[in-house]
Design a protein around this ligand. Structure first.
Ligand code: ASP
Length: 329
């Protein structure tokens, strides 16, 4: 089959190949208690314009034939550099007032993957995850070992103070106050991870996820974002998925891989597979969060069981969607 399509491709002009191959992209900036009446018009406009620019740029890059891996990293880096999201600058604080960042990336052609966990001095954890995938024989490096690997490759390092923001510091203080008073911390303290999934002009599916984790997490805690199969998964045979939510549930339910496996082995389409895992399995288990996903035909799925999720997509047919709240299409 591969041989036959390879032979056919040889005889087709390049522009025909490019026009036939759909490209698609979806991104999230975290799921949680994101509600209209709790967000000012200015803040909402700021998020919407960020999401719009990021998704439009990513789509144009894919349309122009840029490699999906480059697009995933570039768009995630923009989100890591923005204090609007819980990744890179703007990451949440651990219980003892530090930042420990997790990220992973996966390429669906050969199932190559790279991940980093608990890094404290790397400006772009997604770039380091890509380096682990491409320049080491390993899939996951953690904390000091990951940081040393970054140093050896000359990947940009920053002082841990770079990640500090007033907004996240206040979130930690109020989280601690509620915990110490015996109250359940509000769900919002948990979410804000970023992720991007694409179908590129070569027909490859790629997924990436980057996060500061959960506010008030114990030091050394590793969430689902760097766990391949939980927070991130991509396989050209099925789909590419990036998740956001309460990581412990996403790890136990191998959410990203389960969605792809349902397509591959149970005959579900992307939307059915995503809804089964996020709206059925996770809801029964009590796990909050959501996913963005694309499949090989350029279908996009953005499913969440929380009141909102920052999200944007352009499907293979060119349909653009941007949303924050649960009542948007
Ligand atoms: N999934 C992330 C974690 O558990 C948190 C998030 O999505 O905001 O670390």
């Amino acid at each position: 089959m591969r041989f036959v399509s390879g032979v056919l491709l040889c005889f087709l002009p390049l522009w025909v190949v490019a026009a036939d191959q759909p490209v698609a992209i979806a991104l999230h900036g975290g799921a949680g208690t994101i509600e209209r009446d709790r967000m000012s018009a200015e803040v909402e406009a700021e998020y919407r314009s960020f999401l719009d620019r990021a998704i439009s740029d990513g789509y144009q890059q894919l349309k122009a034939g840029e490699e999906g891996l480059d697009v995933v990293v570039a768009i995630i880096q923009r989100m890591e550099d923005s204090p609007l999201f819980n990744a890179g600058k703007g990451s949440v604080y651990t219980w003892d007032g530090h930042h420990e960042l997790d990220a992973s990336i996966m390429h669906g052609e050969q199932l190559d993957a790279g991940a980093v966990a608990g890094v404290t001095t790397v400006r772009s954890p997604i770039a380091l995850a890509r380096a682990v995938m491409e320049q080491s024989p390993h899939v996951m490096l953690a904390s000091r070992g990951a940081e040393q690997f970054a140093r050896e490759l000359g990947i940009s390092e920053v002082s841990p103070a770079y990640f500090e923001t007033e907004r996240r510091k206040r979130a930690l203080e109020s989280y601690k106050a509620r915990k110490q008073a015996g109250a359940e911390p509000h769900v919002d303290y948990k979410f804000g991870t970023v992720g991007v999934v694409v179908l590129d002009s070569e027909g490859n599916l790629i997924a990436g996820t980057s996060t500061g984790g959960m506010t008030g997490k114990r030091w050394g805690r590793i969430g689902d974002a760097p766990v391949i199969g939980a927070g991130t998964y991509a396989d050209n045979q099925s789909c590419a998925v990036s998740a956001t939510g309460h990581g412990e549930y996403f790890i136990r339910h191998t959410v990203a891989r389960d969605i792809c496996a349902r397509m591959q082995f149970a005959g579900q389409n992307l939307q059915e597979a995503a809804e089964t895992v996020i709206m059925d399995e996770l809801v029964v288990a009590g796990g909050n969060g959501g996913i963005v996903a694309v499949d090989a035909g350029g279908e996009v799925s953005m499913v969440f069981n929380t009141p909102g999720m920052y999200r944007a997509s352009v499907s293979g047919s060119g349909e653009k969607r941007i949303g924050i709240f649960g009542d948007e299409p």
